[in-house]
Design a protein around this ligand. Sequence first.
Ligand code: HEM
Ligand code: HEM
Ligand SMILES: [Fe+2]
Length: 464
Amino acid sequence: MYRSQKLALHYFAAAVIFFGVMTLFGLLSALYYLYPSMLFHTFDFQMSKIMHIDTLVIWLLMGMLGAVYWFLPKELGREVKGIWLAEILFWVFCAAVVVVALVFLFVQYGSSDQFSMWFINQGRKYVEAPRWAAIGIVIVMLVFAYNVIGTAIATRRMTGILWVLCIDLVPLCLVYLDAFPQFTNMSVDLYWWWWLVHMWVEGTWEVLIGCIMAWMLMEVAGTSRRIVETWLYIEVMLVLGAGILGLGHHYFWIGTPQYWLSIGGFFSALEPLPLLGMVVHAIYDAGTHHLKTTNQPGFYWITAEAFGNFIGAGVWGFMMTLPQINLFSHGTQWTVSHGHFAFWGAYACGVIAVLYVAKQKTSGIDYLSGRAWKWGFGLLNFGMLGMVMGLLLAGMAQAFYGRAMGGSTLMAFTQSSENPWFVSGMWARTGFGVVFALGYIVLVYDLVTATRRMPKAVAPPEPA
Ligand code: HEM
Ligand code: HEM
Ligand SMILES: [Fe+2]
């Protein structure tokens, strides 16, 4: 095994741990909707939610970095350049995440000054980490970019997947820098913040996971490089073609000029196309290989990724991307339903698939038949689907009663939060959240103990 792959295993372990922390704080956040005065002024909802969504970004990022460190040396047949630097930074990265988490848990707030921004909380959703930590993430990403590009230059060889990956790394690092400038005008501030959030999840991350899925298809389904690379080019072109101006679907109501209504509506309505392409691609590959695979969990999870990405991001996003509908659905639990489904489908399922490939390679398990992993797969996806449906129900109640009928007043908002449909949606989300958490426990149990539960190899009979 290459050193880079050992580093990948470290990243995977860290990703699984932060996935657990995320799930814990997701459940806690859900409880505030049922018991609003819970932990009042000790640990408020917003801090719990920050812990939930920041660890989400971190574990997915770590999972994807791990996936690249896993596949890169295989792709080029050599050790990754500057791997020692990446190894050191892994520990720095983990330590930084822990320090930030402790600050969020115990310090929580600061007064609105430079000190708070540098050491406590930057106050921007998803990227709340204080500025010192944000700079740390930039350094990790720059070293990662150096690892990838440096290895390609050192071998003097490029593959199609690598070209896409290398080119993607430039905007991936650049849009993150968007989280840095400070603006006192809130519209301007949100304008640039959306560049980061939207361009990551609907642009650069989508391309990154596309590269990882291309490697995964070759690995678990035996698809030929020619086929995965051709599809990758088509998908990337479509993602960028629709996704860049699709940014406009976040500019409807934040004080930007009116032309964003049509630009955002039109281009973001096209965004499901590449995602549909990915599903067609997966089905096509499965068909040409008669569903044969040597790693069943890996195969199940990439299939879940293809469908989850299309339905969660594409269909759920499309539902509320036209300004005529977004006017009512904006910022309700409907959005939260899409947020969960999309992140789960597009990224989480893909990262879990890679975990199973790494597991098979390191422990030599033949993943041909059912084991605990099927329970993990079932509970996690069933729990997530239940949560998504509960949230959709709650969000539609808010849109219909609070917005359309109630006229978006504060009173209507409060009343819609007491509406029986909304309340049952919140209970359903919490219940299915528990199912999801059980699935997480089974997943970890399976990943940790799978070797030990293997039947002992039978010794060959002694020659007579
Ligand atoms: C036990 C499972 C989970 C529970 C109970 C849960 C619960 C929650 C709650 C209560 C919020 C706050 C929503 C609000 O502001 O009203 C939230 C936000 C969020 N969660 Fe989860 N979550 C869970 C798992 C996940 C998973 C697996 C993902 C992604 C893979 C995820 C992604 C998100 C995102 C992206 C947001 C922000 C959404 C938005 O503000 O629109 N969560 N979650
Ligand atoms: C992997 C891809 C995607 C992910 C992970 C994702 C995730 C999210 C999240 C977390 C939010 C909530 C942001 C916030 O307010 O905090 C959001 C909002 C939104 N997404 Fe997506 N999304 C994806 C793709 C798409 C696509 C393809 C479309 C449209 C076709 C779309 C349409 C929207 C719209 C319109 C909103 C704003 C909702 C509102 O006004 O409240 N998304 N997305
Ligand atoms: Fe977006």
